[in-house]
Structure formats: C-alpha cells, structure tokens
Design a protein around this ligand. Structure first.
Ligand SMILES: Nc1ncnc2c1ncn2[C@@H]1O[C@H](COP(=O)(O)OP(=O)(O)OP(=O)(O)O)[C@@H](O)[C@H]1O
Length: 382
C-alpha cells in the first residue's frame, strides 16, 4: 500500500501545490486523483516516484519511507505513463517497449520477446513492432506508453492524464482496455485526470482535490455521486450526478415483460393473445428471437409483418448485467418508450416501461440499496 501522510509541497517560488495531503492508496486497485487544473495532481503523482520531493510529510510504500529506497530502484518498481506517451522518436515500437528490460540487463532478443508479448496484451497488432512512433496514431502511441510502463512488471503504475490527448472514441477504447488489463494484472494504479467521468469510470477510489492541493473528498465513485462532501465536490461532479449515479445500480431487479413480444412469423392467434396484454406496442423479433422493432398491435397482420416497416427498437440493454442507467437510457431513446432487454446471445429477454424503471429507481433509493460492487459498477459505467 502507498500511504501519503500529511504531505505538503511548496515550490521555491512559494507556490503551495499540495497542502497537508493524506491518502491511503489501496493495493491492486485504481485510485484516481481528480480536480481542476493546477490543484496539485501531477505534483502529488511525481512525489510518489520522487521526481518531486515533498517539503513536509512522508510517503510510505508497504510501510517504508520511500526516501529510504534508492531512487532508481524505487522508479523501477513504478511504471510511469504520461500524456502523449513520451516515446523515444528514434526507436522502433518494439525497442521503445524493450527499453527498461534492456536497462535491467536483459538480452536484446529476450527484451524484444517480452515487448512483443506486451504489445499483444495492450491490443497492438504485431505488425506495428518495427514502426516508429510518428507512424502510429495517438491512441496507438498511448498503448505503447502503457506497454513500456509495464515492461519491467512493476507492482505500481503511475498514470498522468494518459488518455487526455486523444479523441473521445479512442479514449473510451483505451479506458476499457485499461480496465480489462487491470483485471488481468491487478496493479496498484494511481491515475491523474481532470475529467470526472473518467475518474468515476476507472476509479475504485477517487480523490477529489481542490485548488491549493487540499483534499476535498476521498471515496469510491458511487459514494462520491450519492454523498458529495461539500458544494465544491457537488459542483465538480456536475449537474447530472443523479443520472450518473444510476450506473452503480444493477438492472437485475427490473421486472421484464415477455407478453408484448411477438415473433415475425407469429400466427393470428398469437398476435391476438399478445395484443390482449394491453400494451401500446409489441416488440417484433426475428425467428432467432433477436429484436427487430416495435409495432402498434393494429398494424400487425399474421404472415404480413414487414421488418422494414417497424419502428426501430433502439439500443437494447443486457438483462441483469447492465445498470439501471443503461436501462433508462434505452427506454428514453426507444420510440415506444419501452426498453428492450436482451440475453447473452442478443435474444429479446423482455421489455420494460419507463414507468417500471422509474419505480425501480425509487425502490433503489428507498431501500437504500447498496450500489453494486466496484467491479460490476465499473462495467456498468462503461
Ligand atoms: N516547478 C514548479 N514551480 C513552481 N510552481 C509549480 C511548479 N510545478 C507546478 N507548480 C504549480 O503548482 C500548482 C500545482 O501544479 P500541478 O501541475 O501539480 O497541478 P495539476 O493539478 O496537475 O494541474 P493540470 O491539471 O493543469 O495538469 C500549480 O499552481 C502550478 O503552477
């Protein structure tokens, strides 16, 4: 565990970048430092690997003061990833990643083999190995940065705004990849961002810092969203905090109706029976059970159902696995106002109305339902 104990950093010009900060960073999880520009996130991160020395206070790694450890040895135990990746422009991708193993005395062939293995791990095609950084996209370069930081297999990974220079789609991919990688590798990750959505998505614990390097709140994301410590944190979390909090409640409790579902080859009797359910729309599925679209019951005639004439069914949610936020989003976007739940094979598992989802939300709050576990929550928030 990394323990930051009442640490202050005062730069020579008198700027107090970090002010009596105390944090316990748990092992094998992602701790995010988030806050407005200039609030001391980078300074804090750099004090952990001693690129910046604290003015006061101590930082302990597994109970020992980091100042007691030779700085090179300390840094080898901490991978470091920065914005724009900071790759060596004159080295190929494989040699960028192999840098640290080579410094540690590994043979070239061995270090390159390790680099190729890491390229696969972070989702980089082997064909990129001999390219130079300028021949890669921004997102690919960031992956190389992550692979390079992992090359010496350090227990700790320090990441300073690693995904902020790429576009939102690439960024989401990199975030998902990091969560997947973390499930496999179980590193102790300290991740700096100024983006609260990124913090909520990635963090097991989130430290919100305010200007002047003071800690405003340190909590798991669900708690942050439900219980911001003060108006600063509330403001920083943004106006749609309530909606985002729904990411942490499972859709498993939703009552799914199957009666308003009818197959494209249904008989007149089957359509009549479904119509009797009284719902304003029926969901039409293919013979494989996968949703095709919505129709008003009086528009359906046995043997003449035309899939292209149906109202689009919208994006479905995964029954039980996705969050209440996903289910609500599906219902809001659905032309029928109903959300479609699908099973693991993409077959319609049931439909649920906005009203039922609203009741489930009220129930979740009223019962003070415990947010789903951090792991499920991270998945749900994606
Ligand atoms: N070498 C330095 N000398 C003097 N002041 C510094 C130095 N480095 C950083 N600062 C100041 O310390 C404060 C915290 O900076 P830091 O880079 O840690 O913030 P940050 O939260 O990471 O900001 P950003 O999100 O903009 O990267 C800022 O006011 C910054 O100007």
């Amino acid at each position: 565990m990394i323990r930051i104990d009442s640490v202050t950093k005062r730069y020579p010009d008198g700027t107090v970048a970090v002010d009596r900060l105390s944090l316990e960073i748990p092992d094998r999880s992602i701790t995010v430092l988030v806050g407005p520009s200039g609030c001391g996130k980078t300074t804090t991160l750099r004090m952990i690997n001693r690129m910046v020395e604290p003015s006061e206070g101590t930082i302990l790694l597994d109970g020992a003061d980091i100042r007691q450890r030779p700085v090179n040895e300390l840094r080898r135990s901490m991978g470091y990833v920065i914005q724009h990746a900071g790759l060596f422009q004159h080295r190929t991708i494989v040699d960028n990643i192999a840098t640290v193993p080579r410094l540690l005395g590994r043979r070239k062939s061995e270090a390159r083999a390790r680099a190729r293995e890491l390229m696969e791990r972070v989702g980089l095609d082997a064909s990129l190995a001999r390219r130079y950084p300028y021949q890669l996209s921004g997102g690919q370069q960031q992956r190389v940065g992550v692979a390079r930081a992992l090359a010496a297999d350090p227990p700790v990974l320090l990441m300073d705004e690693p995904f902020s220079a790429v576009d939102p789609v690439v960024r989401k991919g990199l975030q998902d990849e990091l969560l997947r990688l973390q499930e496999e590798l179980g590193k102790t990750i300290v991740f700096v961002t100024h983006d609260i959505d990124e913090a909520v998505k990635l963090g097991t614990m989130v430290a919100v810092l305010r200007t002047g390097g003071r800690l405003a709140q340190f909590a798991p994301p669900a708690e942050l969203l439900s219980n911001p410590a003060d108006p600063f944190v509330e403001d920083f979390l943004g106006a749609d905090r309530g909606i985002r909090r729904l990411s942490f409640f499972s859709s498993a409790g939703l009552e799914l109706l199957t009666t308003p579902i009818v197959a494209v080859d249904a008989t007149a009797e089957q359509i009549a029976a479904r119509t009797a359910s009284g719902t304003p729309y029926l969901l039409v599925t293919g013979v494989d059970g996968k949703p095709l679209g919505w129709a008003e019951p009086h528009d359906l005639t046995a043997g003449q159902v035309r899939p292209e004439r149906l109202l689009p069914c919208g994006r479905p949610f995964a029954a039980g696995t996705d969050s209440l936020r996903s289910a609500l989003d599906c219902a809001v976007l659905s032309p029928s106002g109903w959300a479609v739940a699908v099973d693991g094979e993409g077959r319609a598992a049931g439909v649920v109305s906005q009203q039922s989802i609203a009741e489930a939300i009220r129930g979740a709050h009223a019962n003070d339902a415990k947010p789903v576990g951090a792991e499920a929550a991270q998945k749900a928030a994606r």
